[in-house]
Ligand binder design. Structure first.
Ligand SMILES: [Zn+2]
Length: 479
């Protein structure tokens, strides 16, 4: 049986995407006194809705830019923005080659045994693996027509019929991280979990003949990468798509090509929460942000961000700052939110505005369990996030514009970094270092909703609320 990646929306989609207006946006907005947008925004963010959105996005497939599931995710996000009543644009990169696994199965059995075949549930195909279907005997040596069991497959060609590689993997080896083969490689490679590899080695050690049955269906095509951008007009008005604006964003692809629940369906759901809460607050009578606010879901993390920066800034209006979400849905070690990078002068005002929101809320009565992170921190540049495409650019450097990421975990192991002088550092202790929480399932086939966002959906609500209010205050304070 093939493990199919559902390519249609689940039944939740229609109910989720249908907005439930909280007030008539016409008459009541004129009659009622203006609501405090900070209170309305805070309450308008819904962790449960974000949790469901992550499940729906993951069900679409790995959502890599330009692939079938990437397009489905762009359509999903576009629909969600449009149903809120926001104006939506699709920005496309030039076409390029894309690859997506559509369905696969990998099962093993001892020849001559009565035991049924065992499916390797955690297996995930490596990038650029070709279509394949076959059966081969397991071997610890790479040889023609065998199923080669190895720790490290490398990127190159093998004469084996199929490769089973137990690395790279999560730090405990329990979930494979899909690696990457060279384009045009003739044999497929599957990442498998360490316990699965140990089971197979045990069978071979006992002298068994082990048969591997495999099937993989992939799609390669040339296609543009779609980024979805939506706009929420500000009080200062201005021509559509030309006004100065602040940008909330998240990469919409799964980064590693795995399920990508925390990295980064969580970031997408967080941005959608901000858009939802803000638009509904305005519909209910709260004042609009002083400047226009836009939302971008990048089709491909770095490629789309660079393309946008080079082709749309400043043609689409003056960019006032960027708040990026990447891994805002889970943390293996702590209830913690981090803001980075805090070691760029242009980021200081926005970082401090975000931290001020968290400090105030931590001091306030946190009556609901899970209402707020017990820890928050600011840390220096760690590399690798799309907000750096902006903050490293000449435009952002020369104008000291902020580009900041808010997240609940980073990388696959806990980190500790030197605290930036003069910046907040850790909220819960005073020291020269800053801790960064991690996600055990980082980039692996275990980055599923069950393992991450379903366990701590409130992470996305924290990140959305902090970002909303921090950016709102930052914009109000601009000269
Ligand atoms: Zn990411």
């Amino acid at each position: 049986m093939l493990i199919g990646l559902a390519l249609a929306l689940t039944p939740h989609a229609s109910t989720l995407a249908t907005p439930t207006p909280q007030a008539d946006s016409g008459a009541s907005a004129q009659a009622a006194p203006k609501l405090d947008p900070q209170q309305v925004l805070w309450r308008g963010v819904d962790a449960r809705r974000a949790q469901l959105r992550v499940r729906e996005l993951v069900a679409l497939g790995p959502r890599m830019g330009g692939t079938r599931s990437g397009d489905a995710a762009a359509a999903y996000v576009s629909k969600a923005f449009a149903e809120l009543g926001l104006e939506v644009r699709i920005v496309e990169t030039p076409e390029r080659r894309t690859w997506q696994p559509l369905a696969w199965t990998l099962s093993v059995r001892v020849e001559g045994s009565q035991e049924p075949a065992r499916r390797l549930e955690r297996a995930w195909p490596w990038h650029n693996s070709p279509d394949a279907k076959g059966s081969a005997l397991l071997s610890l040596e790479s040889a023609p027509s065998v199923a080669w069991l190895t720790e490290r497959a490398g990127r190159g060609a093998s004469t084996a019929a199929v490769i089973l590689a137990s690395r790279p993997a999560t730090s405990d080896g329990s979930w494979p991280v899909p690696g990457r083969l060279r384009e045009g490689t003739a044999q497929p490679c599957f990442g498998i979990a360490k316990p699965e590899a140990e089971l197979l080695r045990g069978w071979l050690d006992a002298g068994a003949k082990v048969r591997v049955d495999f099937e993989l269906d992939v799609e390669t095509r040339s296609a543009a990468i779609r980024t979805v951008v939506a706009r929420l007009p500000g009080r200062k008005g201005g021509e559509a798509w030309k006004a100065p604006y602040f940008l909330f964003c998240a990469h919409g692809d799964a980064d590693s090509g795995g399920p990508g629940a925390d990295d980064n369906a969580s970031g997408v759901a967080t941005v959608l929460e901000i858009a939802t809460a803000w638009k509904r607050a305005i519909d209910a009578g709260a004042s609009a942000p002083v400047h226009e606010v836009r939302f971008a879901i990048w089709g491909s993390e770095i490629e789309s961000t660079r393309h946008f920066l080079h082709t749309r800034v400043p043609a689409d209006g003056e960019l006032l700052g960027v708040l990026n979400y990447d891994q805002s849905g889970f943390g293996s070690g702590a209830d913690q939110v981090n803001v980075e990078p805090d070691d760029l002068p242009g980021n200081a005002a926005l970082v401090n505005a975000l931290v001020a929101v968290m400090r105030e809320r931590a001091d306030a009565d946190a009556s609901e369990p899970g209402d707020f992170p017990s820890r928050f921190a600011t840390n220096k540049s760690l590399g690798g996030t799309d907000s750096y495409v902006f903050s490293d650019s000449e435009l952002f450097k020369s104008r000291a514009l902020p580009a900041v990421s808010v997240f609940s975990s980073a990388w696959g192991a806990a980190g500790e970094h030197k605290r930036t002088s003069g910046m907040p550092g850790e909220s819960w202790r005073e020291r020269d270092k800053v801790g960064v929480d991690y996600d055990l399932y980082y980039h692996s086939s275990g980055d599923t909703p069950e393992n991450t966002t379903d366990k701590e959906p409130w992470n996305m609500a924290w990140c959305a609320r902090v970002g909303c209010l921090g950016a709102l205050r930052y914009l109000e304070a601009l000269p």
